[in-house]
Design a protein around this ligand. Structure first.
Ligand code: 3HC
Length: 311
């Protein structure tokens, strides 16, 4: 057995943290690079759907909230790229994989945001699903990822609350505003359930990720937890969830829900979602247009380093 493997397995078994300088199996490292990179990509691409509403927010207060949220998402991406770099990968390489389509980002961001209510539905449902999926990641066995998630989850909680409050305001507004909120929930509900990944029996990585305590719960377990949370919240919002099969199952102690359209999920993952091309085109353009900022920052850092060395 490799010298470090015994210590690695002992650390995982003791629910302690693996740190960047520790020995780790190549497959553990590769799984983390993939997941953390895709998570970071999701945060960066995720700025687009809501970002397009910053100039159209209905009030200064709402504009300020939305600017803060979108700015948070950029920061989440940076924390996560930083966490991925502790595994020995280069950020530019990860971004190149995103831009070339070799890396995924969360399917949820390939849907359009035609009305202001979509900003509320994203906050309530998408950030709510992210919290359900990511709070367990605060106990991930890899130290830098777990620590990044602690701060991210605190900010996601603000994201979810502002979305919930936005929807509540619309739901209690004019009939047209209520209808706009209901329409947005109808469009975002099922894609939000897909954020948790494929069913456990179709999730090739879950078992090993859970054995390594990267994942703490299975995709289906977290999806069920999210549905159970949302049913009561939807009632409080005065909105309905678009699932005629939703009903309380006393025996299971959970809400039964309808079948998810996995064909739609896989089509979006293949790049056939409503906004896949738009999102990646915009991302590539932003990266190209931002080259001068990266060059200037690097030149400044080099100058400072040079100054430091000369002093
Ligand atoms: N969108 C895109 N790809 C998805 C997906 C989704 N909703 N769900 C699963 N996949 C991909 C996986 O990445 C994997 O792809 P790969 O084989 O090319 O690497 C494949 O489908 C098989 O899925 P698995 O369940 O086997 O993969 P995982 O064990 O990695 O589980 C996951 C998928 C639950 C998404 C897990 O990767 C995870 O928990 N990631 C961290 C959280 C995350 O990335 N969330 C993104 C949400 S967006 C966000 O948080 C931003 C916030 O501001 C809202």
């Amino acid at each position: 057995m490799e010298p470090g493997r015994e210590r690695f397995e002992r650390t995982i078994a003791a629910d302690e943290r693996i740190e960047p300088r520790d020995w780790m199996p190549d497959a553990y490292r590769a799984t983390l690079v993939r997941q953390i990179a895709q998570h970071a990509h999701s945060e960066i691409i995720g700025m687009q759907p809501e970002g397009s509403w910053i100039t159209r927010a209905p009030s200064l207060r709402r504009k300020a909230i939305l600017i803060a949220k979108v700015q948070d998402e950029a920061g989440h991406g940076l924390y996560l790229y930083g966490a991925a770099e502790t595994l020995g990968v280069d950020r530019d390489e990860l971004l190149d994989k995103l831009h070339s389509g070799r890396h995924k980002y969360s399917s949820i961001f390939n849907y359009p945001t035609p009305t202001w209510a979509d900003v509320g539905a994203i906050g309530w449902l998408v950030d709510g699903a992210a919290i359900t999926n990511q709070v367990p990641l605060c106990r991930c066995s890899y130290g830098p990822y777990a620590r990044a998630m602690v701060r991210i989850c605190k900010e996601e909680s603000f994201h979810q609350r502002q979305g919930y409050e936005l929807l509540l305001t619309l739901s209690r507004g004019t009939p047209e505003q209520h209808a706009m909120a209901q329409d947005a929930v109808d469009r975002w509900w099922w894609p939000s359930l897909m954020m948790f990944g494929p069913p456990d029996d179709a999730s090739p990585r879950s078992a090993r990720s859970m054995a390594w305590k990267i994942k703490r719960h299975s995709n289906d377990e977290l999806r069920q937890r999210f549905v159970d949370i949302c049913v009561d919240q939807a009632a409080a919002l005065g909105l309905t969830l678009p699932d005629p099969d939703l009903r309380w199952n006393e025996e299971r102690g959970h809400w039964d829900f309808g079948a998810i359209d996995w064909d739609e999920f896989h089509a979006v993952l293949r790049g056939e979602g409503p906004c896949n091309e738009e999102r990646l085109t915009r991302r590539r353009r932003a990266h190209d247009e931002g080259a001068w900022v990266r060059e200037a920052a690097a030149a400044y850092a080099d100058k400072r380093a040079g100054v430091g060395a000369a002093a």
